[in-house]
Design a protein around this ligand. Structure first.
Ligand code: SF4
Length: 447
């Protein structure tokens, strides 16, 4: 038996190429491969960096889709199903929209693959695939070390993705993580994480956890276990970590180089509406920056625009990022992901431009998909774009460079240069990307 694993892209450009920047090893595919018995042959294609040989023989195609990659994932599924090859769809979007996904697949894997993947393979052998597979609530997860051999021969950055836990205990209204994991956090066993890191070829690790500090006690244990491994790591965390001096010391000692933090808004009323109480409990955003920088920890700050901000809020946010000489600041606009409270709210207020923006022909990456309250959707789209360009113009890059944190070691200065000098190019190229791909390619893919 042979399985083809595929990670779908957002879509290719008119000339057929994807926008290449920061395409990392897709961990979910390596987990799935690890759960697959050794007797089964497997091959993996990354739609973001290579062409898929659709005519190759295979018994099953497993495609991972997120909301932005769903349209392209469905095109790929259709190509295989026309040849009567079974397709299973999984990933975040398949979990958020199983009914939609099942229109394009023979089976849908809802939630985590652990605990159901082997059953699905057994059913496939008997030609008795069920429409959906979902792990029973409360059943034990079978933790594995991801099979990274499937990445051989593909050129990914020399950063390994590792998961130390899944989920987050907070409940921000725009976040699909909280919906997927129902405000819960599931740590992986420490001995497996340590064993996995010891097997890696790269010394730089991106812990892909949604909030690595979600459970403080567990975070302490994890960081202590990382110290002897002498790695450099980055991750995502909520800003309440700044109130825990001991944890910050452990982060630094265990090799933390930087963290992505959702600052979301400078306006505390907006934070309340977002359900981002964790940010409101902090003295000030300047305090967060000062504290993390005092430990030489870089900050990749993300903001969510679309909660009724005026142009002044954009200016203030830009000033905040430049004044604090941040590594990176993302002017993101609100994205109504299906299944989130904000999606339901915008839908009930009839403010969604399209019910399913992720399948809307002509919808481009970066387009605002709802009616903001105080400006048009295109104004918000353009404001986010123009402030991205302002934050990453040469003057701002040089000004922010005058921060000793960026010069603390060769990894930090390289990351500063790459992230900042690539940002404008990435914004421009991604901006033109049609969800699902250019019309000529979509047509070709449906033939
Ligand atoms: S803190 Fe982050 S991961 Fe947790 S619910 Fe909020 S946005 Fe999602």
């Amino acid at each position: 038996m042979k399985i083809t694993f595929i990670i779908a892209s957002i879509g290719k450009q008119e000339h057929g190429r994807y926008v290449r920047s920061w395409i990392m090893e897709p961990l979910s595919m390596a987990v799935l491969s690890s759960l697959t018995p050794a007797s089964i042959n497997r091959v993996f294609y990354d739609d973001r960096i290579e062409d898929i040989p659709f005519d190759d023989e295979t018994d099953l195609v497993a495609i991972n889709i997120e909301t932005y990659t769903a349209a392209r994932g469905y095109q790929i599924a259709s190509k295989y199903r026309k040849r009567n090859i079974k397709v299973v769809l999984g990933g975040f979007h398949a979990t958020l929209m199983p009914d939609e996904a099942s229109l394009h697949a023979d089976a849908v894997l809802i939630g985590e693959a652990e605990g159901v993947w082997s059953q699905l393979l057994e059913d496939l052998k008997k030609n008795k695939l069920k429409k959906t597979y979902e792990r029973e609530k409360g059943s034990a997860i079978e933790y594995v070390i991801p099979d990274r051999s499937i990445f051989h021969g593909k050129k990914y950055p020399k950063i390994s993705l590792v998961e130390t836990g899944r989920g987050c205990m907070f409940g921000c209204e725009f976040c699909s993580v909280t919906h997927f994991f129902k405000k819960s956090y599931h740590p992986r066993p420490l001995d497996i994480i340590v064993k996995e890191i010891k097997q890696l070829h790269n010394k730089i690790v991106f812990f892909v956890d949604d909030n690595i500090g979600s459970d403080r006690k567990r975070a302490r244990e994890l960081f202590n276990a990382l110290i002897p491994l002498k790695i450099y790591w980055i991750s995502q965390v909520s800003m309440d970590i700044c109130n825990d001096e001991e944890l910050l010391k452990l982060m630094k000692k265990s090799g933390c180089q930087g963290v992505l933090i959702g600052f979301e808004s400078l306006d505390s009323d907006v934070l309340t509406r977002m359900g981002k109480g964790v940010n409101r409990a902090i003295k000030s955003y300047d305090y967060v920056v000062k504290k993390l920088h005092s430990y030489n920890i870089e900050i990749y700050a993300t903001f969510v625009m679309g909660y009724g901000e005026t142009k002044k809020v954009f200016q203030d946010t830009l000033r905040f990022g430049v004044r604090n000489k941040l590594l990176y600041l993302a002017f993101n606009h609100l994205v109504p992901f299906p299944g989130t409270p904000i999606y339901a709210k915008l839908e009930s207020e009839r403010r969604l431009l399209y019910k399913k923006w992720w399948l809307e022909p002509g919808y481009r990456f970066g387009d605002v998909a709802f009616h903001p309250t105080n400006m048009s959707s295109s104004e918000l789209t353009n404001l986010c774009l123009s402030y991205r360009y302002k934050f990453f113009n040469l003057r701002s890059i040089l000004r922010r460079l005058l921060n000793r944190v960026h010069w603390a070691n060769h990894i930090k200065i390289q990351a500063y240069a790459i992230l900042n000098f690539m940002a404008n190019h990435e914004t421009t190229t991604r901006r033109s990307l049609l969800i699902g791909g250019a019309p000529n390619l979509i047509k070709k893919n449906h033939e």
